[in-house]
Design a binder for this molecule. Structure first.
Ligand SMILES: Nc1ncnc2c1ncn2[C@@H]1O[C@H](COP(=O)(O)OP(=O)(O)OP(=O)(O)O)[C@@H](O)[C@H]1O
Ligand SMILES: [Mg+2]
Ligand SMILES: [Mg+2]
Length: 637
């Protein structure tokens, strides 16, 4: 993507708002307008002496190209697109969810833990780079066990070395979730023994997380259950930084392959209060957190691409009872639908157990997509004692107020504000605004097209100003591009790439000519297909219109009049309506009848309206009726 202008006339340009990417902030932090000491006081001399990580043994020192690949924008998601299209196509969809949201006589309570991989090129405590994207992303495929430093494998003698830049996306995530940042936080060891964690403990924040007391507000457009009314606020208890674990790839014959690329990748764990009471609202919350994290550029990819993982804690109690019921936890849900369905299934299971006089045991359960039941993974008695303890190898993390302020200033618009701008300044419907925001990369694309179009038109969208061009751009970025993605000849892989096959400047050029009525809508659509198929080279839209002589050439007044006469032939009955109005026998001007005649003109015209402007056609038709035909009728009376 080409660089954008963030500043206009010395001010942040929020009109075509693009955020300052995390990668740029990293440069900012490291090149020092803020001194590193000024914002991060790690391993200060009063603490343990600095311990050098074993860089020389690192199997893969981070290379510029590794870092580059991390910056690649999130993958275009076909699924997101289909979902957003659905959302934008059927207004009732999000409210329809009222099925199965409540069970009379029972109250449901849900608390959610979300683990999100942070958008940073380095691991939390080692100099190894993080593998970019997810493993099924062929374009950026990373071989297993190629992003591993000795510390990641807990090789004797290796020690953690906190990578301060990982704080940038972490703090941004916490700010987007409205949290209070703790200026001093600490790392703890959480012990458990499994092959996915070579050291026998995970480094996390248990006693002193870096952020607390946040909140996320959800609205009907976010997909909350109708029973939750106009808005719901979900409290965030805390946000903590921690290490990811190795990835296990199950093979036949009880064989497991282990990929340690993921060990030590920085995560934030976001923990809500137990304050969600409807399954659809829980799913809407996870989607909104994903949107918030993406909007501040804090995470790598979404739930359905593996960059986000959600665990849900579910309990039920009889209506009227005070205390919450015993919770069970369903781990690792990987789609929004799974979040909703798993909660419904677990709620119903717990109610069945209680109605039969049984008791709910605190336990961890699993869920696979399409199932109707959660299944027991481990019970309370199997629940490990994590033996939390402060990590003696790591000093406290001290976050400076200046860093937090700087990250706040550069955070850009959050989704709720942005929906408001898309609707207010650009004139989009709420549905289209949400669709643009939910489709991977589409909003940025829209801004890019709009910026180019406004440059060509020499206008800028303002609140309450002209919105024809902004609505035109949005309509094409959503609906006309959507048609390309649905076309038969487009394979699944290509559909993800629609925007990359239509350069912003080319779509802007097409829209410019369409807006200026230099080409017809039909020609504009054909041009879009040509650009998409690559038959027009990038930047070649104008040349194509020239060489194929596609410019709109309006016919003369005499031509319009001739077509009007042709159409009026045999329409005496219709003309009577105009006469009645003229003679005061009917009050309303027969606008519908005029439209009918103009429609006929547009169809009868040269090559079905080519070179004809409906407004001109209407004007000439009106003049012919009033100045030629009505006088004739009156004479005949
Ligand atoms: N009675 C309850 N019903 C539903 N949810 C609850 C209930 N009590 C607590 N919760 C939720 O359970 C979650 C607990 O998460 P937390 O990370 O604090 O502990 P944990 O699940 O024991 O730890 P982990 O899974 O990280 O090892 C929170 O989201 C909280 O809101
Ligand atoms: Mg937890
Ligand atoms: Mg948990």
């Amino acid at each position: 993507m080409k660089p954008r202008t963030f500043f206009k006339d010395g001010k942040v340009n929020t009109a075509t708002m693009a955020r300052i990417p995390t990668t740029e902030l990293r440069k900012y932090l490291l090149t020092g307008q803020l001194t590193r000491r000024g914002c991060l006081h790690l391993r200060s001399s009063t603490l343990a002496p600095p311990i050098l990580p074993l860089r020389t043994l690192s199997t893969t020192p981070p290379t510029p190209s590794d870092q580059q690949s991390q910056i690649i924008p999130l993958r275009k998601q076909l699924k997101d697109q289909a979902k957003a299209a659905k959302l934008s196509g059927s207004p009732k969809k999000k409210l329809k969810k009222s099925d199965n949201q409540t069970v009379p006589g029972w109250d449901l309570t849900v608390g959610i833990e979300i683990h999100a991989q942070l958008n940073t090129p380095s691991k939390l405590f080692s100099p190894a780079s993080t593998p970019s994207g997810s493993s099924d992303d062929a374009a950026h495929h990373h071989h297993p066990n190629t992003h591993v430093a000795p510390f990641d494998l807990a090789i004797p003698g290796s020690q953690p070395s906190f990578q301060p830049t990982t704080l940038i996306p972490a703090i941004r995530a916490a700010l987007a979730l409205n949290c209070h940042i703790e200026f001093i936080s600490r790392f703890d060891r959480k012990h458990y023994f499994h092959w996915d964690q070579p050291s026998g403990y995970q480094i996390t924040q248990y006693y002193h997380p870096f952020a607390r007391s946040g909140s996320v507000t959800l609205y009907p457009r976010d997909g909350i259950a109708a029973e939750d009314g106009e808005q719901v606020t979900v409290g965030i208890k805390q946000v903590q930084m921690e290490q990811d674990t190795a990835k296990t790839l199950a093979q036949p014959n009880s064989t497991h392959y282990l990929d340690f690329n993921r060990v030590g990748v920085p995560l934030v764990e976001i923990i809500t209060e137990p304050c969600i009471h409807r399954p659809a609202t829980a799913a809407a919350f996870v989607r909104k957190v994903q949107m918030l994290l993406k909007s501040v550029d804090a995470c790598v990819s979404g739930l359905e691409q593996g960059g986000l993982r959600a665990d849900v804690n579910v309990s039920v109690k009889r209506t009227g009872e005070e205390a919450l019921g015993t919770r069970t936890e369903i781990k690792n849900l990987s789609s929004f639908k799974a979040v909703e369905d798993a909660i419904i299934a677990e709620r119903d299971r717990q109610i069945r157990v209680l109605e039969e006089g049984g008791r709910i045991e605190g336990e961890t359960r699993g869920w696979s997509l399409g199932s109707v039941e959660t299944r027991r993974l481990r019970g309370k008695e199997g629940e490990v004692d994590y033996r939390y303890m402060p990590d003696p190898d790591l000093g406290p993390v001290v976050i400076g107020r200046d860093l937090v302020e700087r990250l706040e200033e550069t955070m850009g618009m959050l989704p709720d504000e942005e929906v408001g701008v898309l609707m207010g300044r650009f004139g989009l419907s709420e549905r289209d605004a949400m669709a643009l925001m939910l489709m991977e990369g589409r909003l940025e694309y829209f801004y890019g097209v709009l910026e180019e179009l406004e440059r060509m038109l020499g206008v800028e969208a303002v609140e309450g100003g002209e919105q024809r061009h902004t609505m035109l751009a949005a309509n094409w970025c959503l609906h006309e591009l959507g048609k390309l993605a649905e076309a038969e000849e487009v394979g699944e892989a290509a559909a993800e790439e629609v925007t990359s096959q239509v350069p912003e400047q080319d779509l802007a050029a097409i829209l410019f000519y369409l807006h200026q009525k230099k080409v017809t809508a039909k020609v504009a659509k054909d041009l879009l297909w040509d650009v998409f198929r690559g038959t027009i080279a990038t930047g070649g839209v104008t040349e194509q219109i020239d060489s194929q002589d596609l410019w709109y050439k309006e016919i003369t007044e005499a031509d319009y009049a001739a077509i009007a006469d042709e159409v009026i032939e045999g329409q005496e009955k219709v003309l009577q309506d105009f006469l009645k109005f003229k003679q005061g026998k009917s009050k309303a001007y027969p606008q519908g009848k005029l439209g009918f005649l103009v429609g006929k003109m547009m169809r009868a015209g040269p090559e079905q309206g080519k070179g004809m402007d409906p407004a001109s056609a209407e004007r000439v038709m009106r003049v012919r009726i009033e100045q030629v035909y009505l006088p004739r009728l009156e004479e005949a009376q």
